[in-house]
Ligand binder design. Structure first.
Ligand SMILES: Cc1cc2nc3c(=O)[nH]c(=O)nc-3n(C[C@H](O)[C@H](O)[C@H](O)COP(=O)(O)OP(=O)(O)OC[C@H]3O[C@@H](n4cnc5c(N)ncnc54)[C@H](O)[C@@H]3O)c2cc1C
Length: 448
């Protein structure tokens, strides 16, 4: 039995590992990866002698997938949690504590955003429950449209955009309520009479469990463990270029004939590979936009006077080029113990891909200048590393959940073919891992 996995990001590697678990030693597993390395948007490099992540650096620790995988793979001792420091929002030229008790920055009351927005906006939030709300049950709209109408523009730009920017590299206007905030959509579907009420219903109960987790020596540890456990033949520098059906299964160029195939590729590549065999599904995948971004990792002298916050998110419209800073050495206790202070600056958002074309020097200067502005510290990098992520994040636009449901039905009758990836059930690493597991289960069922 021969199975191909196309794409060596976390989705593809988890799929390969789950296939190995289910199919046993005899199955021949081949994974093709276009780049010269596996990991996709997970990439760990050494900076000043220690591992640093240049793509994802955390995961939602309240979801089970990654801690469970780490346990299964024998690397549970690598699980770390942030120190619990609060980020700042940079708005109107000053840092403000990130509002608490919000749903992706949408407050359940004016007090959450006091100090961040003006008195008029606070009054509008207080009044909001008294204004009739129109929401089409089962419908969708952009988060920006909903929040702007109910709470005003300043809440969108200063509270919601910075948080959505961190997850999707998108803005409130490019992200749909139903896919990004399913519990909010559910509360609105149930007939919540106001946004204030819907957010209160949708907020998870307060909890002392850390929201995020991380891997002490970087995501590279998880990638290595998955590779070893999957025992999969990996062909790097090899792009799958065409997928066709055969009498018994599938033909993947340049892998050859296989009994089953998992496409763990970004949406546009998946669209291209599905074009001949499932044109409707292909068109649906092709309609998913991507956002590009770049990360500049800075190693600074350990005594650099950084604020005691986990990061600084930049409100929309500020005259800065960076969109966010992760003050990694403040955020993670295990990084605080290092000889250098680590900071990650993020650039680029959906609709603003310009920073991707800047030179390394320009990105590094912009990171240093903007970090100086937001911290007031003397920023003198010992080392700076630039990583570009073209098309790294799919945009969950309004209607995304329906699009994905349609895409799944349009591929449901293709036996031995399964999809995984960040455009399906969430962009976070745990959601991607879950799609890999689900895809492997579909293939295992098919192969009996
Ligand atoms: C800068 C940044 C920071 C992030 N931070 C976090 C975070 O802290 N926490 C979190 O949970 N999530 C984070 N995310 C999101 C998360 O990292 C990604 O959504 C996830 O890693 C995507 O995994 P994937 O395997 O689905 O896709 P990818 O990692 O994109 O992997 C797909 C792979 O397919 C390969 N490929 C493409 N075409 C072909 C082809 N024709 N043939 C063969 N191979 C092909 C690609 O080269 C790639 O390696 C971040 C994303 C970005 C961009």
């Amino acid at each position: 039995m021969r199975v191909a996995v196309v794409g060596g990001g976390i989705s593809g590697l988890v799929a390969a590992y789950r296939l190995r678990q289910a199919l046993g030693d005899a199955a021949e597993l081949v994974l093709v990866e276009r780049r010269e390395r596996v990991g996709g948007i997970l990439r760990t490099v050494e900076i000043e002698g220690d591992p640093v992540d240049l793509g994802a650096e955390a995961f939602v620790g309240r979801r089970p997938e990654i801690p469970e995988l780490m346990g299964e793979l024998g690397i549970a001792e690598q699980l770390v949690h942030p120190a619990g420091k609060r980020p700042l929002v940079w708005s109107e030229g000053a840092g403000h504590p990130l509002p608490e008790r919000t749903l992706m920055g949408i407050p359940a009351g004016a007090e959450s955003v006091a100090g961040l927005v003006d008195a008029r906006t606070l009054a509008a939030i207080e009044e909001e429950p008294n204004r009739p709300l129109t929401w089409v049950r089962g419908g969708d709209m952009s988060v920006g449209e909903l929040v702007r109408d109910r709470f005003g523009e300043k809440v969108v730009r200063r509270s919601v955009d910075p948080l959505l920017g961190g997850v999707y590299a998108g803005l409130a206007d490019s992200i749909g309520v139903r896919a990004a905030l399913p519990t909010l959509a559910a509360a609105l579907d149930r007939g919540a009479p106001s946004l204030t009420r819907a957010v209160s219903e949708a907020l998870p109960p307060p909890s002392t469990t850390p929201v995020f987790g991380g891997i002490r020596d970087g995501y590279g540890v998880l990638l290595d463990a998955l590779r070893a456990a999957a025992d999969v033949k990996i062909e790097i520098g090899t792009a799958a270029t065409r997928l066709t059906r055969t009498a018994k299964g599938w033909h993947v160029d340049p892998v050859g004939d296989v009994d089953a195939v998992i496409l763990a590729t970004p949406a546009p590549v998946t669209a291209e590979l599905l074009r001949e065999i499932a044109p409707e599904a292909s068109a649906l995948a092709a309609g998913i936009d991507l956002a590009s971004s770049a990360v500049v990792a800075l190693a600074l002298p350990a005594d650099t006077a950084l604020p005691d916050n986990s990061g600084i998110l930049v409100a929309t419209g500020e005259p800065l080029r960076a969109k966010a800073f992760t003050l990694s050495s403040r955020k993670w206790p295990h990084l605080a113990a290092r000889d250098v202070a680590l900071v990650r600056a993020s650039f680029g958002r959906f609709g603003d891909p310009a920073p991707l074309s800047w030179s390394d020097e320009d990105l590094i200067s912009a990171a240093v200048e903007d970090l100086t502005t937001v911290t007031g510290a003397d920023i003198r990098p010992l080392r700076a590393v630039v990583q570009r992520w073209p098309g790294g994040l799919p945009q969950y636009a309004p209607g995304h959940t329906t699009r994905i449901a349609d895409l799944r039905s349009a591929t449901a009758d293709l036996p031995g073919l399964a999809l995984a990836g960040a455009y399906l059930d969430g962009v976070g690493v745990p959601a991607c891992a879950a799609t890999g597991t689900k895809a492997a289960a579909r293939i295992t069922d098919h192969l009996g």
